[in-house]
Write a protein that binds this ligand. Sequence first.
Ligand code: SF4
Length: 197
Amino acid sequence: MDKVIKALEKNGFKASIFKNAQDAKEKLLSEISTDESVGIGGSMTILDMGVYEDLVERGNATYWHWKAEDKKAALENATTTDIYLTSSNAVTEDGKLVNKDGTGNRVASMIFGHKKVFVVVGRNKICKDVDGAFERIETIAAPLNAKRLNLTTPCVYTGVCSDCDSKDRICKAETILSKNPNGTSIHVYIIDEDMGY
Ligand code: SF4
């Protein structure tokens, strides 16, 4: 993990290691002021950390379509918040963030529109390189996400990607953040636990 942290920093990202999700959550909450608005992308990691509930309880204006009755409004409001929280489908050993998105809200917000972006990843998301990252997405992240969403993509049944033309396809925007984009401060939290998928 030290190697990944150094590589992320070389690529212009901020990067930190935490021994568990609780430590990461405490640090995350300390880095967000109560008067800052927060948007959240779809993420099992963020869900399992319980950070949404803490933010709401202490009064942060927080927009997450996974928790909102009006999902469309939450998605729109989350595009312009001060802070954005998400995970990444994969982090490479040479410090790149690799993702595939269906809607594109998550990857768009990682790149532009927020003062600070926090990307929280478990150690299970670390891959050797970009090819390994896409392999991870196509054999683990996307099939499990499609299954969670009760979709009928081929990967739900086979466990591997067939570059499908399914109406339910969730892989529509692929991004590789090779360096920290201009105008956005991305801080990657790596947790020494398996989290999300
Ligand atoms: S392209 Fe289709 S088959 Fe491949 S991982 Fe995405 S949803 Fe599954």
